[in-house]
Design a binder for this molecule. Structure first.
Ligand SMILES: NC(=O)c1ccc[n+]([C@@H]2O[C@H](COP(=O)([O-])OP(=O)(O)OC[C@H]3O[C@@H](n4cnc5c(N)ncnc54)[C@H](O)[C@@H]3O)[C@@H](O)[C@H]2O)c1
Ligand SMILES: *[C@@H]1O[C@H](CO)[C@@H](O)[C@H](O)[C@H]1NC(C)=O
Ligand SMILES: *[C@@H]1O[C@H](CO)[C@@H](O)[C@H](O)[C@H]1NC(C)=O
Length: 321
């Protein structure tokens, strides 16, 4: 634009300030009406669709990488994916347990590969990821599951323990995503699943650092989705975050609950739910399912009111010391 044109533009605007104002206001009102229509459309669409079970995508032939497959939820998720015909890449620091998972999958007639990886070390992740890409191929489904849960009062946690917990439960997610997302973007498809926890929905005693890691996973996955959406990649790269309540794997050493109905969930059940949620493209899911909605609902009430409910339910974990 030349100076002359700028001048002209300015005078025009000065001559018709009212017209510009009216025009702007009408646009804004239209925008607000459209936003309202879309807002309620998507709200009712969600309610409507929640009555129908979404179709489960076929995972036959997909390569699924799961961390922490030697034991617990990771192991059962590997078996569940294998039973659906996927090829499983098993990562764990525990070589013996990992080998057993692979052996069991092969005995079922499935395909699986065992890799030793300490996911608390970025260099380990980078190295083993390179091997997997060469030896197995394109990982289209990634399950960030490995995690540890030391459980005691904050002042009894030492520095190394807290750092290791953040390395495994949080930072490993970044290194894994950075290794496997680029190829997913190239191939225009991929799915990343993260294990958070109900301890990522509410704070609990004896689990101050752990809750921090699980809240972090929730924040990471939420903002990761937003970034993918803004880059218009969210239809190709799917994300799922899982919030299990206490699961019967031994991770949760001294669970404590007042009501028997709040007893521990079986890892097989959790694994089935994870695989089904991924195949149906569900973004967030707690196990049991209503906990996530309960958390969203209860948080509109004041802190003290929530404390009354929490004291009544009297659920948590005792120190492992
Ligand atoms: N068990 C529960 O009550 C519960 C509840 C909510 C969420 N979760 C989450 O689910 C995930 C799995 O938990 P789980 O109960 O199956 O635990 P688990 O202890 O049974 O299994 C965890 C696996 O991760 C592996 N692992 C640990 N550190 C590792 C490392 N540095 N590198 C590679 N592998 C490592 C272990 O060897 C083990 O095989 C965790 O992220 C946990 O926080 C568990
Ligand atoms: C695990 O399996 C690999 C490959 O089959 C083998 O080389 C390794 O010795 C096994 N490790 C253990 C601890 O069983
Ligand atoms: C994994 O790495 C951490 C350091 O990041 C180390 O403290 C831990 O002992 C390692 N675990 C195993 C089983 O090698």
């Amino acid at each position: 634009m030349t100076n002359h044109e700028v001048d002209q533009d300015n005078t025009q605007q000065q001559n018709h300030p009212n017209r510009n104002f009216c025009y702007g206001t009408i646009l804004l009102i239209l925008d607000i009406i459209i936003i309202n229509l879309k807002f309620w459309f998507y709200t009712f669409e969600h309610i409507y669709l929640s009555f129908y079970q979404k179709e489960e995508k076929d995972v036959r032939g997909e390569i699924v990488l799961i961390t922490g497959t030697a034991h617990g939820i990771g192991r059962d998720t590997a078996l569940e994916y294998a039973s659906k015909g996927a090829t499983i890449v098993c990562w764990d620091i525990n070589e013996r347990g990992n080998n057993e998972t692979v052996k069991e999958i092969k005995a079922m007639g499935g395909k699986a590969f065992s890799y030793v990886c300490n996911v608390s070390k970025r260099e380990d992740i980078v190295q083993v990821a390179e091997k997997v890409k060469k030896e197995v191929g394109f990982v289209s489904i990634l399950v960030n599951n490995a995690g540890i849960m030391p459980c005691h009062p904050l002042l009894d946690h030492n520095e190394n323990e807290i750092r290791l917990m953040y390395d495994i439960n949080v930072l490993a997610h970044f290194w894994m995503i950075q290794e496997f997302l680029p190829e997913m973007i190239k191939q225009k498809r991929g799915h990343i699943i993260a294990l958070s926890s109900c301890a990522g929905l509410i704070g609990l005693k004896n689990l101050v650092p752990y809750c921090g890691t699980k809240f972090a996973v929730r924040g990471v996955m939420n903002s990761f989705y937003e970034e993918l959406r803004r880059m218009d990649l969210h239809k190709q790269i799917k994300l799922t975050t899982i919030y299990p309540y206490m699961v019967d794997t031994g991770l949760c050493k001294k669970p404590h609950f007042r009501f028997k109905s709040m007893k521990l969930v079986k890892p097989q059940e959790v694994a089935k739910t994870i695989v089904s949620a991924q195949r149906r493209g569900i973004m967030e899911l707690s196990i049991p399912q209503h906990y996530l909605y309960l958390e969203k609902f209860i948080n509109i009430f004041p802190r003290k009111a929530c404390e009354v409910v929490s004291d009544f339910l009297d659920t948590g974990v005792e120190s492992d010391l």
